[in-house]
Design a protein around this ligand. Structure first.
Ligand code: ADP
Length: 994
């Protein structure tokens, strides 16, 4: 251009020259030269350059103009530029403007820049910018026009305006759509930005499938990718180190589409299994445009880059920055110059650098191996340092810049501040966790098995969610003067304080207590700078931040829930406080409920434990018999569940009913006592199975809150009854067994004894008969007589033996028949003694009775026999020279007979048994003597058949005293106690004895 003007100036100088010819030639030469130069120069430029004469006809047309408008110089020379280039509608206007320009600029010689639209040879209309200036060439005043095609710039400006508008929205609202879907890609949640991005309200999106929100190609891509990642995620239970990211074409509500960049990650259950997807979608049309622009035009790239809030940077292949867009100031605080100076390694945290470099390395390697598609983009999130300190999160989208052959020439990066998105993601994730925690806590607290454990677990959940060191509940005393720490959760490594925090006086933190009482939350974000209340309470010392949420019970401040961060100051954002409030309310209810339940349980337990200990069923009923309470023993005894028992009529359990007893007891209640003594009755119980059982029921009444209640203790005595019966049976069986055993034993004895006893007379018969047969002739009469007497004696004995056996068998058959007659007792004694005398040495048997005796009514034969048995025994079991005394006495009621010997006596333990059949004392002294053990048995039977008794007593000087009493006829026999006076008589007898 300078050359053009210079030539113009040169021309102007010639105009002033009077010597025209010479000057003309010179000028022509100069023109030729300058025109050539001009052409060379202008052809190197992109702009179109035209020179027009004063009428506006083309005199010069460079290559740039040819390229731009499509006409060659030959085609246009001499043609009017306005006619040539102006769109028809503008032709008149442009003519006017040309004339106006010519006139106004004629004297000024200044440049002017105007915008027009031009029509190319092919009819294409495009915006141009023209710079016009006046120049005098060859004495003519020409117009030099520089034309610039500004199509691209216009488009860029347009785009810029759009993008500005869009980024205003970015600044005002966070435009990324954050959504959550299930594994089948049905949307479950979307944030409000969905409206801006998609045209859908967030609510409308819920339950829509991603398939409806993407073009089919994109959805197929996304679906396949999801399947792939899900397989990996299910296996590994951890998220990949580089976030999964894909570009998809999304469909707006109005059907238009846009390109979005979608970053996804799985939502996992505590065990790691994925159950949903968290995604962030970003409209990247703007960025796509920018990138497109970058590839095609440096100018546009700069324009765009400079106007985007994203930082665009370029490095060469050695990672040296060659360009960084000005927005870097906003993003990091560094100016472009400063940023260009910085070493890449210093811009991001070491972890981020590592991630970025490994990504780049991978990219380079793939590049070398020819595996990169030409427009592959890598995405990495890095944490970058800000000049003022602190960091921001940048999402870097990185790609190779390539030359026309596709060879990489550098690296292009677009860095976007995603701190906000990270925050939003974190918050959404956290809110989801919070929601889940709250719902877990609420289900846990609804009807817990173990409420204490449920509360403690809930505090633990809350502690983990809020990421604090301690979570605790304080309960206030009734009068609000003391508080005690009732529940506590501490994080690992934090020491428990609960035991130290009991019965603290509230005065120590009056100010805070008042706030709590007003229902205010106390949230201290940084206790290192805020003064704690006076009177430091244990547990606050360690806290760097704390929050107290007041808990209101039904009537009053119940206590508060507290959280301590023991590591660092801790902000308490609104949504956290909301969660804390909800949980604290749930806990308040649960604790109150637990208290009521505990009190109830305790009182119930007291009753129950007593009840269960006895195993008795305890029923509490109304006086009308409605069951109010039943312990488990009742359930067990009657077979009903507690639920069935409640409100049941007691008559169903005890068909006999309790009305009568209740009626009987009722008047006693309340007069002196608020409860009555139990009244025990046996009645029938009816089980659910309709079986009955014997029950022992103890009924008492008591007053409860002024109302009479019936307390019935029911004991199933089936067992006891059974046992008693069994005992009886067992005893009977044992007795029977004993009897039969006795019989068996006796039978054996009978045989042995009878054999033994029979052998004796048999031996005598045999012995004497042999002697008599053999020695009859040699024997004198005396010897023969003695022998025959011995035989007679033996036969007597045999007879008495047989008589005894017969007698005994009669007794056994209970067929003793008594023939009563009146006799004198002494006469009876004398008769018996006279019968015995032949066997005894003279004077051995002494009858020592004195005075008069009433005659008695007995079977004299039998009583004489009894006395005879006793005399026989007395002689048999005492030395031959010893005396046997016999006497009788009479009381008003009975007649007593006594036989006293001074023999071997009877051991105490045998004294009862000797009266049994076939019983013989088994000892050395007794055994050798003959006898069948029937004598005393017969004696007792005969005495008892008279209604009397017989007994043996030890004699005072050894030996035995056999006594028997016969009552007066028609009287029952006397008791043994009345026998005692006999000892008086005994001493008399002793006195009488020599
Ligand atoms: P037996 O005299 O025929 O053996 P008893 O029935 O008359 O049968 O007596 C039973 C047992 O009582 C005798 O075997 C003897 O051991 C004991 N007994 C009876 N009377 C006396 C007595 N007076 N002194 C010592 N033992 C006696």
């Amino acid at each position: 251009m300078g050359a053009v003007r210079e030539s113009g100036e040169t021309g102007a100088a010639h105009d002033l020259d009077p010597d025209k010819d010479a000057a003309e030639q010179e000028a022509a030469a100069a023109l030729a030269g300058s025109e050539e130069m001009l052409r060379g120069l202008t052809d190197a430029l992109k702009e179109g350059i035209l020179v027009l004469d004063r009428n506006g006809n083309v005199v010069f047309w460079n290559q740039g103009a040819e390229k731009m408008l499509g006409f060659t110089e030959e085609e246009v020379l001499g043609r009017n530029a306005v006619e040539l280039m102006a769109p028809e509608d503008y032709r008149d206007e442009y003519h006017g403007r040309f004339i106006e320009f010519k006139e106004s600029r004629a004297s000024t010689g200044t440049e002017d820049i105007m915008e027009f639209e031009a029509v190319a040879k092919d009819g294409r209309v495009f915006p141009i910018e023209i710079i016009t200036s006046m120049a005098s060439i060859k004495g003519e005043t020409d117009v030099i026009v520089v034309i610039r095609d500004v199509t691209e710039r216009k488009e860029t400006e347009q785009a810029l305006q759009e993008s500005k508008a869009r980024y205003r929205i970015v600044e005002e609202n966070f435009t990324d759509v954050v959504w959550v879907s299930d594994l089948d890609l049905n949307i479950k949640y979307a944030n409000p930005s969905a409206y801006h991005q998609m045209g859908y309200e967030a609510e409308e999106l819920v339950s829509k499938s991603l398939g409806e929100l993407m073009t089919p190609e994109s959805f197929n891509l996304a679906f396949a990718r999801k399947e792939e990642e899900l397989a990996i995620a299910t296996e590994t239970a951890v998220d990949p180190p580089i976030p999964v990211e894909l570009e998809v074409e999304q469909v707006r509500k109005d059907g238009t589409t846009f390109w979005a960049d979608v970053r996804v990650g799985f939502l996992r259950r505590p065990d790691g299994t994925p159950y949903g997807i968290l995604g962030v979608s970003r409209d990247i049309s703007g960025r796509r445009h920018a990138e497109e622009a970058l590839r095609t035009s440096e100018e546009r790239y700069q324009l765009l880059a400079e106007n985007l809030s994203d930082v665009i940077w370029v490095t060469d292949l050695s990672l040296k920055w060659t360009y960084i867009s000005p927005s870097v100031v906003n993003q990091t605080g560094y100016s472009v110059e400063e940023a260009l100076e910085r070493n890449m390694a210093d811009t991001v945290t070491p972890e981020s650098l590592k991630a970025a470099l490994s990504l780049l390395e991978g990219g380079m390697r793939d590049e070398l191996e020819g595996r990169n598609p030409p427009d592959r983009i890598w995405v990495v999130e890095v944490e970058a340092y800000r000049k003022s300190g602190g960091t921001i999160w940048l999402e870097e989208r990185v790609k190779f810049l390539r030359d026309g052959d596709g060879e990489p020439t550098g690296i292009l990066g677009v860095a976007r501040d995603v701190t906000m998105r990270k925050c939003a993601e974190e918050r959404i994730k956290r809110n989801l966790i919070a929601e889940k925690t709250v719902s877990r806590i609420s289900t846990r607290l609804i009807s817990p098995q173990d409420l204490e454990a449920a509360i403690n677990d809930s505090l633990a959940d809350l502690g983990r969610l809020m990421d604090v060191g301690r979570v605790y509940l304080f309960e206030a005393s009734e009068d609000l003067r003391y508080i005690s720490n009732t529940h506590e959760w501490v994080a690992e490594g934090v020491t428990s304080q609960i035991s130290k925090l009991q019965n603290l006086a509230v005065g120590a933190f009056d100010e805070w207590a008042e706030k709590l009482l007003r229902g205010e939350i106390i949230a201290q974000e940084d206790l290192t700078v805020v003064a704690k209340p006076a009177g430091d309470i244990v547990g606050w010392k360690e806290a760097k931040a704390l929050i107290y949420i007041p808990m209101f019970g039904r009537m009053r401040l119940f206590g508060f829930m507290g959280l301590n961060d023991v590591r660092a100051p801790h902000a308490w954002p609104e949504e956290d406080i909301r969660v804390l409030r909800i949980v604290s309310e749930m806990l308040t209810k649960a604790v109150e409920q637990s208290r009521t339940e505990k009190a109830l349980r305790e009182s119930e337990n007291r009753v129950r434990s007593i009840a269960e200990a006895t195993g008795d069923g305890i029923l509490m009923t109304t006086p009308a018999g409605r069951v109010l309470f039943a312990n488990t023993a009742v359930e067990r005894i009657f077979g009903y569940s507690y639920g069935e028992l409640e409100c049941m009529s007691v008559d169903k359990l005890l068909p006999g009913g309790l009305e009568d007893i209740v009626g009987e007891l009722m008047p006693r209640l309340g007069r002196e006592e608020d409860s009555t003594e139990g009244k025990v009755i046996e009645m029938e119980g009816l089980r659910r199975s309709e079986n009955t059982f014997p029950a022992e029921v103890s009924v008492s009444l008591f007053l409860l809150q002024g109302q009479p209640n019936v307390l019935a203790t029911v004991r199933d005595i089936t067992g006891r009854k059974l046992l008693a019966e069994m005992e009886k049976e067992a005893a009977a069986a044992a007795a029977a067994a004993e009897v039969s055993q006795q019989h068996a034993d006796e039978l054996k004895d009978i045989i042995i004894i009878t054999a033994h006893e029979l052998r004796h007379p048999a031996t005598v018969f045999k012995g004497y008969s042999e002697i008599l047969l053999k020695y009859w002739n040699e024997m004198d009469n005396k010897r023969i007589r003695e022998s025959l007497e011995s035989i007679g004696e033996a036969s007597n004995r045999l007879t008495s033996l047989v008589e005894n056996l017969l007698e005994a068998s009669l007794i056994e058959k209970k067929s003793i028949e008594l023939e009563y007659s009146k006799v004198d007792p002494v006469a009876l004694i004398e008769m018996a003694v006279s019968e015995a005398r032949p066997k005894a040495p003279d004077g051995r048997i002494r009858i020592c009775t004195s005075g008069k005796y009433e005659s008695i009514e007995v079977d004299s034969e039998k009583i004489r026999g009894v006395i005879g048995i006793l005399i026989d025994n007395a002689m048999k079991y005492s030395p031959e020279e010893s005396l046997v005394h016999i006497w009788c006495e009479q009381t008003g009621e009975e007649t007593l007979f006594h036989v006293l010997d001074r023999g071997i006596g009877i051991p105490e333990e045998e004294r009862e048994k000797i009266f049994r059949r076939f019983y013989q004392v088994e000892d050395v002294n007794h055994h050798s003597l003959p006898g069948m053990g029937l004598g005393l048995y017969i004696a007792r039977s005969l005495v008892e058949s008279h209604g009397g008794w017989i007994e043996v007593f030890p004699g005072e000087e050894g030996g035995s005293l056999f006594s028997f009493g016969i009552p007066k006829k028609g009287r029952t026999h006397s008791s043994k106690a009345q026998v005692n006076p006999r000892y008086g008589i005994l001493s008399e007898i002793n006195f009488l004895t020599p």
